[in-house]
Design a protein around this ligand. Structure first.
Ligand SMILES: CC(C)(COP(=O)(O)OP(=O)(O)OC[C@H]1O[C@@H](n2cnc3c(N)ncnc32)[C@H](O)[C@@H]1OP(=O)(O)O)[C@@H](O)C(=O)NCCC(=O)NCCS
Length: 150
């Protein structure tokens, strides 16, 4: 298993898998621009197959926040620490970016994702209308210590 930066080519593999890996995400959540110009990390098995990926970036509106847009792990590879490995990588990067907060958003019904974030120390709150009228979301935030600021 290898963790490496996400690249434009990963879009094709991710698009082919997203409906099976993250039923609520949908195609627009993994628009090609995220792979070509935002980035994140991919986990590859020894045969080169994608086992999971994370799209994450520093917020342009608020540079104190590093935002995780999508994480999705192959259902056959869950509970093996792959999500943890990807979050560890991203949190390390977020500290180098001098961010104070890591943020992610989940559907209220996604109890698996909420449990994953809680055990990593994320606090959650329901934000009504986060995704538009009637589209409530759980906003998950974790405080981190930036690497270069006191
Ligand atoms: C959420 C997700 C990314 C977790 O990835 P993963 O590789 O299985 O996570 P890990 O193996 O690193 O799990 C670490 C810990 O998180 C918690 N956790 C993970 N999945 C869980 C589940 N289904 N139920 C309860 N707790 C869970 C556990 O504490 C787990 O530790 P343990 O296995 O020793 O008990 C994965 O389930 C996934 O891809 N889900 C579909 C897409 C999705 O919902 N993405 C999140 C959007 S916000």
């Amino acid at each position: 298993m290898k963790v490496r930066p996400l690249d434009g080519q990963d879009f094709h593999s991710a698009a082919a898998r997203i409906d099976d890996w993250f039923e609520d995400a949908g195609y627009e959540a993994i628009h090609p621009v995220f792979f070509h110009h935002f980035g994140g990390y991919a986990v590859e098995d020894d045969d080169g197959a994608l086992a999971g990926f994370l799209i994450g970036f520093r917020s342009l509106r608020n540079g104190d926040i590093a935002y995780i847009h999508v994480i999705a792990i192959d259902p056959a590879r869950r509970r093996q620490g792959i999500g943890t490995e990807l979050y560890d990588r991203f949190e390390k990067q977020a500290r180098v970016w001098n961010c104070y907060t890591i943020e992610a958003v989940a559907e209220p019904a996604n109890t698996r994702a909420i449990a994953f974030h809680r055990q990593r120390g994320f606090k959650d709150r329901l934000v009504e209308g986060w995704g538009g009228p009637g589209i409530d979301r759980v906003v998950l935030q974790k405080s981190i210590q930036p690497e270069f600021r006191a």
